[in-house]
Design a protein around this ligand. Structure first.
Ligand SMILES: NC(=O)c1ccc[n+]([C@@H]2O[C@H](COP(=O)([O-])OP(=O)(O)OC[C@H]3O[C@@H](n4cnc5c(N)ncnc54)[C@H](O)[C@@H]3O)[C@@H](O)[C@H]2O)c1
Length: 319
């Protein structure tokens, strides 16, 4: 299948491109190397894909409508996996307008691009953050999602709503995929597991916001990728929403213990005030994905952190 992957140089995008290439799909990755984190990291993410004969890459901004349209008309994707976004909750508090522009307008551009290029299927990355600070767990796809607590969450929910509109008006087959805290090799450097690993390995203090009792449904990147690949290949139509999570939340304080164990050093912990925009917990109900996509997350937090730490050592990020 001809698959376009936006955000293809990013953490999840590069893993997804590799997995799709292994399964003989023809991939067009695009990314603008947004400076949110270092370009060199994204170039390294892409290195494996670039060697593959079924891979092409375009450096392109999804806000650049003319270039996007030209590319789609030439490549003629059968399905688009839309991962390009400004990710991360805390920075969205400082740059809400930019988040809205890339995550909402950018997603509209992708939908419009599909109409221009005759592509009828879009899988769009959404986030557990759309559930807001919900107290009913686990989070179910049918739960109301009208109380986002950060600009990032609001932008992701807005993008979902826009995607539904394109399904309704134009008949696009759309799936919104709500990823739950994804981690693993190539994880964005500012995310908790990457940051804590660096700090613990270099014996610098680790700040936990809140009292350490918040929890996240950490999901290993290969499990997320298996869910996305399954949906790409199953060709399910209509309008769909799927949680992709591990469905076994981990407390922040327990996460630190797991990282300490894998790194082999004790953390120097300090506590800070809980931050606006953060939620107390995330926890995915994954029954729908299990049933429709045969989605069965396999990697435990201990295994996953172990693999992350081994990778960080291999690339020299920690010693
Ligand atoms: N990592 C997680 O825990 C997580 C959780 C929930 C949802 N998500 C979503 O999954 C997707 C991928 O996240 P990730 O963790 O791989 O992040 P990432 O930042 O590594 O990847 C996103 C990529 O999009 C690119 N990008 C940003 N703006 C762009 C633009 N205007 N045009 C073209 N490319 C642009 C970036 O350069 C980056 O390479 C995002 O949509 C994110 O919101 C991620």
């Amino acid at each position: 299948m001809r698959v376009m992957v936006t955000g293809g140089a990013g953490f999840i995008g590069s893993h997804l491109c590799e997995a799709l290439l292994e399964r003989e799909h023809e991939i067009c990755g695009l990314d603008n190397f947004d400076p949110y984190y270092d370009r060199g990291i994204k170039e390294r993410n892409l290195a494996g894909c670039r060697e593959h004969r079924n891979f092409e890459f375009q450096e392109l901004d999804i806000l650049d409508w003319e270039s996007l349209k030209k590319l789609a008309r030439r490549f003629r994707p059968e399905v688009v996996v839309h991962l390009a976004a400004l990710a991360g909750v805390q920075p969205s508090l400082d740059r809400p307008k930019k988040y809205e522009e890339v995550n909402v307008r950018g997603t509209m551009n992708i939908m419009e691009m599909c109409l221009e290029a005759g592509c009828s299927r879009v899988l769009s990355a959404s986030s557990s953050s759309v559930y807001g600070d919900a107290s009913r767990v686990p989070f179910d796809e049918a739960d109301p999602c009208d109380r986002p607590v950060s600009p990032y969450a609001a932008s992701k929910r807005s993008a979902e709503l826009m995607a539904h509109t394109y399904h309704h008006i134009h008949g696009l087959d759309v799936a919104n995929l709500r990823f739950f805290t994804v981690y693993g090799p190539r994880q964005r450097p500012e995310m908790a597991i990457a940051k804590f690993t660096r700090l613990i390995a270099s014996e610098r203090p680790v700040t936990l916001y809140g009292d350490g009792s918040s929890s996240r449904d950490y999901t290993f990147v290969s499990d997320i990728v298996s869910g996305v690949v399954s949906l790409v290949e199953r060709r399910l139509g209509g309008y769909r929403i799927y949680n992709l999570g591990d469905s076994s939340p981990v407390r922040l304080s327990d996460l630190v213990t797991v990282i300490e164990h894998e790194v082999g050093r004790k953390a120097r912990i300090q506590y800070g005030e809980a931050r606006p925009g953060d939620v107390r917990r995330t926890w995915a109900a994954v029954d729908r994905a299990k049933q429709d996509l045969d989605y069965h997350p396999k990697v435990s937090i201990e295994q996953g952190v172990g693999r992350y730490v081994a990778w960080a050592k291999k690339i020299g990020a920690i010693s």
